[in-house]
Design a protein around this ligand. Structure first.
Ligand code: ADP
Ligand code: ASP
Ligand code: MG
Length: 444
């Protein structure tokens, strides 16, 4: 069997959904499970709708709700007719009625807990899959719609729930039976807690769903269908001349995703690696093109791609007490750990430590505790430029070439070799676009 993940960008309207179904039809003998995102932009609109309701802007919330509704009915009417259309309209009416009453609750209470957010967020994928499933049936495809909440089990960490792999594998095998000639359709991004409450895997999480389901069902291949031809040497929206990378390792792809390449969700790779399942990233707009193949030992060493992660904060801790003392780093990291704040990059000297973080909600509390250890300072408005490729450090001319491309752009932190697949540079955000452009044109 294979898993095909259809991204929001490829679920945008009736025409695009039909393209996705063409691709599924062309591989129907491979027993595909199609994992779909919400229609492009809908998840963002759902968020605006409940945030407006929570803020008491009921009118604004209603307008967005109507926009979301319109988009789905228009899409359904564009490619469905007869009983297929009638049944979908009945289902959409029911689902939108639920959606409306939840939004009303948020507006009345002026409160939207993470648990309520997930209930509301789930409508995007539930609606899109209902529509595309009806179209598959109308086209005469043998297809079945499965509720992903009966396939993926997570903890109760609402809005970025962590899957319970063992239970998920069991549920997938019990409830999904891929067979050649039949298309199974389900939702990405959404899952359920042990008590059956709706959860989500975090923004962009449909890729992760696809990979989890692929691992559970022993897929021969996991295909990520999106709006660009695979993973490219940089984000083509920022670097138009970026080129497709034909092959990349799991480790390199994971690093790229983590440091800003939105094309695959950072967690996507793990379940696939564990089972050695190749992941393909392909363009729904031109399915005949090869795209990118992610697998163990894929491609050659050397620089593969450059990504940027904006909105980075650096925290510096300096203390002469660090000199020849032990346990200092442990104490620093314990403070970030207790505040559930991940640290991305670290550099140290004899008397100081600098770390980068992305999540800053808990920063005031962290700083208070760090102050007991030494002098603390914070720098905002930074970006990480991540140059990814294995064995970069083995090429002696690589760092010099990278730095000469940066000209007058100040580099605040450098980290090479920690993961063996990247060189990371921290630069001021206002210079990060220029840094990316210079580096890309120097190396590619
Ligand atoms: P989907 O809706 O299919 O999940 P996303 O918008 O999440 O699509 O991801 C695809 C987008 O990722 C592309 O349109 C592209 O702008 C962006 N992107 C960022 N970095 C890269 C990269 N290195 N290679 C390809 N695309 C990238
Ligand atoms: N619809 C969700 C989002 O926009 C999940 C996904 O598309 O991967 O974040
Ligand atoms: Mg995505």
């Amino acid at each position: 069997m294979i898993v095909m993940k259809i991204g929001g960008t490829s679920m945008g309207d009736a025409l695009r959904m039909d393209k996705a179904l063409d691709i599924a039809a062309s591989q129907i003998d491979k027993a595909p499970v199609m994992v779909c995102s919400a229609m492009g932009g809908i998840t963002d609109q759902i968020i605006t709708s409940f945030e407006s309701a929570e803020a008491g802007n009921i009118e604004e919330s209603n307008i967005i709700f109507e926009t979301i509704k319109d988009r789905h009915y228009t899409c359904a009417r564009e490619f469905l007719e007869g009983d297929f259309l009638k049944e979908v309209v009945i289902d959409l009416d029911g689902t939108f009625a639920q959606f409306a009453s939840l939004l009303k609750g948020v507006g009345l209470l002026r409160d939207c807990s993470p648990r309520s957010r997930d209930a509301l967020l789930s409508f995007g994928e539930r609606l899109s899959t209902r529509v595309i499933h009806a179209r598959a049936a109308q086209r005469g495809m043998d297809s079945e719609l499965l509720d992903a909440r009966k396939l993926v089990r997570t903890d109760e960490n609402f809005t970025s729930a962590r899957p319970d792999m063992e239970e998920t594998f069991r549920l997938c095998r019990e409830n999904a039976h891929p067979v050649s000639g039949r298309l199974l359709i389900t939702q990405g991004f959404i899952a359920s807690s042990p008590a059956g409450v709706t959860t989500t895997l975090g923004r962009g999480g449909s890729d992760y769903s696809a990979s989890i389901m692929g691992a559970a069902l022993d897929a021969g291949e996991i295909q990520i269908w999106t709006d660009v031809n695979g993973i490219m040497t940089s984000d083509p929206r920022m670097i138009p001349e970026a080129a497709t990378i034909p092959e990349i390792t799991y480790e390199e792809a994971g690093e790229l995703a983590f440091f800003g390449a939105k094309v695959v969700h950072p967690a996507t790779i793990q379940p696939a690696v564990a089972k050695g399942i190749p992941v393909l990233v392909k363009d729904t707009g031109s399915p005949e093109r090869e795209g990118t193949r992610i697998a163990a030992n894929a491609g050659s060493p050397g620089l593969k791609a450059i990504s940027v992660k904006k909105g980075i904060t650096v925290v510096n801790i300096a203390s002469s007490r660090m000199l020849e003392a032990h346990g200092f780093l442990r104490r620093i990291f314990a403070i970030f750990d207790a505040a559930e704040t991940p640290v991305d990059l670290v550099t140290t000297s004899e008397v100081s430590v600098s770390v980068t973080i992305e999540k800053t909600e808990s920063l005031p509390g962290i700083l208070k505790k760090l102050e007991a250890l030494g002098e603390v300072s914070v720098e905002n408005g930074l970006s990480i430029i991540c140059m990814v490729g294995r064995d970069l450090w083995k090429n002696p001319s690589f760092p010099a070439k990278a730095f000469s491309a940066l000209n007058d752009i100040p580099v605040r932190m450098i980290s090479l070799g920690a993961s063996e697949v990247n060189l990371s540079l921290v630069v001021p955000s206002e210079k990060s676009d220029a840094a990316l452009k210079n580096l890309h044109s120097r190396f590619f």
